[in-house]
Design a protein around this ligand. Structure first.
Ligand code: 9GP
Length: 828
């Protein structure tokens, strides 16, 4: 059960605002903030004026919350994340303040449609995918649950690239989310920090003859904080997301300037500003670049100094309370360099004894692992680390020396293999710093993000660490905020829920279970499916606008939305589409419920095969959508530029949710939760949180297929030969061979051959062919289920009714109970 830590009553001053009062505010801001007039203001100006009007309430809440936290000297969690995929904030803030209806009315009376103004906002896409969106859901829950928290990250000038298709191929365009400023953020020059990189370390002796290390940095960089208020739902706290922007330090500028080096000075400026320039667009792969390490260190160092500044304001130089007041959650290993940085500050700057400093560190940090993919496990070459952060490398060596001596050698005396395996430094031709090992050694808790994933973290990734510290490891299954992912994005279903089960569900999602009592009620079934139908009609318009493809809302809307990656197996979906198409060509009367296969996915720009898969899907779509023989039984669309805002339009319209990763590869998934919450039926493998979704909704309401984690391991061990499947299954052979012809790319045979090659010569690393038959059977099951209208409606309702567990409020409560030990602080 989700424990309720907050009242759900809309109680803040903002809630009492009438449309009339809001109108007055909007017009006032149109004049005083935007300097324009009702008669000539552009939609952009109206949108900004409305944001400013909303901000009056947001800033009120922010001030009150900060005052309360300061006065009560609360323990707080500090969420360190290189990514926050926030999407738009306009409707989210209005909903959370309880102002959406008043604003809608106010704008209507001023002659504007709120939905049109919403489209004025660029997505704040400071993240790649699941990990970044999870961080955004978590900070929403933290504020809603009145938990003192600060999110820390980077104020990227360019977020995730915008995707276009040219002749079916992905083209990346820069994202400039704040080209003309962003109304939600506040610059805080009073809290600027300075950080250092490069240089060398000197060993000196103080007057007592004690050895000290002095780092002489090669460059100093300024971190300028931008605060984005995070509004809790219905009159709860307003927390802060603090994002750091890098600038050249004044000190260095002047130095070079004064000696006449104007060009050099601007080069330094540019280099410093490069740090927060772009988000690395890779997902699940390590960047391995010096700039990326500097980005990580930059935001960790700025954030730690910020935390310490705030702590010292209340406690001066008394460090004893620090672990009571501060907990830092490391979102993946990206911020792991915070561990040696805090050690450096305590030992070198605060003159603390190593043991005392290490004691503090180990009570402060907790680490969440989000992936088992070997290519995503970060490690930095010792050479580069030494160049960028020479003092930190020394500290890591010392942490490692003590760990191997005091822990590993005590537990496994003389076992050099164990030492080699557990060492934070991986020896080899190019010695590497293993950030995962550092994170585990330096943290008091380590969690995975779904039951099965947490088990695999323990059994496959860090078994010896578990032997050393069994109590360190735990699980916190991910969740999503129902405020954005149901209340705001699916207003029709939300109103229906309010009518049927009351309006407490947005902060107490288990209430949804009350819906189960209506699952057989024909009226409720009709209403539920009518809403789905309207949402599908809305999406059909968006599809037409974005892709030019006309789709029929009566068809099954089958949706796969997530980053493009082999392990997520969009190509398995494609092979199934090809098999259906082939059946139709072979049998013109082939009987199937018409289906629209809808994809949304960005591929990392350097990930060639992922881009080939996008190309293949687009080419196959082109052919099928224009083939009269298909008679609209299949349509395929690839939505360009998939992002949070598009997800909000797609998810409420989904009948089928594709969650088809190779078992053991998807740590959790969160799209699976959002889709089920909105009444989509999952076709999925027993992977990540799919397993828990299946447990909650029951086997009648989900189509599970494919190898389990154990079966995947066994198959690999016994030797997997993808060619056997190719030769033994004529349909597999036919569709793979088809891809090699020029059927889909007239005059250019072989253009789509990369997929076949990866599955045959490449050995099919994600077992696509092994799961093909099972997948097909699951899809057949879906087809059968959909023909029974009442049966389908029941399944859809049961999905919404049974997924209350997957609210991010429950995840946060689990973190509070299992990791953070945090108390809510009610803000009036
Ligand atoms: O791939 C995981 C995804 O399964 C999970 O839902 C998400 C949030 O925990 O994190 C993703 N991992 C990453 O984005 C990078 O490790």
């Amino acid at each position: 059960m989700t424990k309720k830590t907050t009242s759900t009553k809309p109680s803040s001053a903002a809630m009492q605002l009438t449309a009339e009062q809001l109108k007055e505010r909007i017009v006032r801001h149109l004049h005083a903030t935007l300097g324009t007039d009702i008669n000539k203001a552009s939609p952009q100006a109206w949108w900004r004026a409305t944001c400013a009007a909303v901000n009056e309430s947001v800033f009120d809440g922010l001030r009150t919350t900060q005052r309360e936290h300061y006065q009560q000297d609360t323990r707080a969690v500090h969420y360190f994340s290189l990514e926050y995929l926030m999407g738009r904030l306009f409707s989210n803030n209005l909903h959370n303040l309880g102002l959406y209806q008043s604003a809608k009315q106010a704008l209507a009376e001023l002659g504007h449609d709120i939905a049109e103004l919403e489209d004025q906002e660029e997505d704040m896409a400071l993240g790649n995918g699941g990990l970044g969106r999870l961080a955004a859901c978590f900070i929403d829950s933290l504020a809603t649950m009145n938990l003192p928290a600060v999110g820390y990250g980077i104020h990227y000038e360019h977020g995730l690239f915008q995707q276009e298709f040219q002749a079916g191929r992905q083209i990346e365009r820069p994202d400039s989310w704040r080209e003309y400023g962003n109304p939600w953020e506040i610059c805080r020059p009073e809290s600027v920090q300075e950080i250092s990189v490069y240089g060398y370390v000197e060993t000196v002796y103080d007057l007592q003859g004690r050895m000290k290390k002095v780092w002489h940095p090669g460059r100093i960089i300024k971190g300028v904080p931008w605060d984005i208020p995070v509004v809790g739902y219905h009159g709860s706290s307003v927390n802060v997301l603090r994002l750091w922007e890098s600038r050249a330090s004044d000190f260095f500028n002047w130095d070079v300037f004064n000696s006449g080096g104007y060009v050099d000075a601007s080069r330094e400026n540019i280099e410093a500003e490069t740090i927060s320039k772009v988000l690395y667009p890779n997902d699940e792969t390590e960047a391995g670049k010096e700039l990326r390490l500097i980005q990580q260190y930059f935001f960790c160092s700025c954030s730690l100094k910020d935390i310490i500044r705030r702590y010292k304001r209340a406690h001066g130089d008394d460090w004893s309370k620090f672990p009571e007041q501060v907990v830092i959650q490391l979102n993946d290993t990206h911020p792991a360099v915070a561990i040696p940085e805090l050690m450096r500050i305590l030992v070198d700057r605060a003159d603390m004894h190593w043991d005392e400093a290490w004691g503090i560190c180990q009570q402060v940090f907790a680490y969440t692992n989000h992936t088992l993919l070997p290519e995503a496990l970060e490690s930095w070459s010792v050479r580069m680390f030494e160049k960028v952060l020479p003092r930190h490398l020394e500290i890591i060596y010392e942490i490692n020396r003590r760990f191997l001596l005091e822990q590993v050698d005590v537990r496994w005396p003389g076992d050099n293999d164990k030492k080699r395996k557990l060492s934070i430094i991986e020896e080899g031709h190019e010695p590497m710093v293993r950030m995962g090992h550092l994170s585990v050694v330096g943290s008091f808790r380590v969690n995975g993000v779904a039951e099965v994933h947490s088990k695999l973290v323990q059994s496959d990734l860090f078994p010896e660490m578990v032997a050393l510290w069994p109590e360190k490891f735990t699980n916190v299954t991910n969740g999503v905020t129902p405020r954005r992912w149901l209340k705001a994005c699916n207003p029709r279903l939300s109103s229906m829920l309010d009518r049927l089960i009351g309006s407490d569900w947005p902060t107490d999602l288990k209430q949804l279970s009350k819906l189960a009592a209506y699952a057989d009620d024909p009226k409720v079934q009709d209403d539920f499916m009518a809403i789905k139908q309207q949402n599908k009609a809305d999406l059909a318009k968006v599809i037409q606008d974005l892709t030019g493809v006309a789709v029929d809302p009566a068809a099954i809307f089958d949706i796969q939305i997530k980053r493009l990656h082999e392990y997520k197996r969009q190509h398995l979906n494609l092979l199934h589409i090809l098999a259906l198409y082939r059946r139709i060509l072979q049998n013109p009367d082939y009987d199937m419920v018409p289906r629209v296969f809808i994809f949304g996915a960005k591929a990392a720009p350097g990930y060639k095969l992922a881009k080939e898969i996008i190309y293949a899907i687009n080419k196959v779509a082109e052919k099928i959508n224009h083939d009269k023989r298909v008679k609209d039984r299949i349509k395929v669309v690839f939505m360009p530029n998939y992002r949070v805002t598009l997800a909000e339009k797609m998810i409420p319209a989904a009948d089928v949710s594709e969650q088809i990763s190779t078992a053991g590869k998807e740590a959790s998934g969160t799209g699976n939760m959002k889709l089920a919450l909105n009444g989509a039926i999952t076709v999925g493998t027993l992977d990540g949180a799919n397993i828990e979704i299946a447990e909650e909704v029951g086997e009648d309401n989900i189509a599970i297929f494919g190898l389990t984690v154990d079966e995947v391991k066994a198959l690999r061990q016994s030797g997997y030969h993808s060619r056997d499947y190719y030769h033994n299954n004529p349909e597999i052979k036919a569709v793979l061979d088809w891809l090699e012809t020029d059927y889909f790319t007239p005059g250019k045979p072989g253009e789509l051959a990369a997929i076949k090659h990866s599955l045959l010569e490449g050995g099919d690393p994600y077992l696509v062919l092994a799961d093909f038959e099972g997948y097909q059977a699951a899809q057949q099951q879906i087809d059968g289920w959909y023909r029974d209208k009442a049966g389908w409606a029941k399944k859809a309702i049961m999905n919404t009714a049974c997924v209350g567990k997957f609210t991010s409020d429950r995840s946060i409560q689990d973190y509070v109970d299992r990791v953070w030990q945090l108390k809510p602080c009610k803000v009036d």
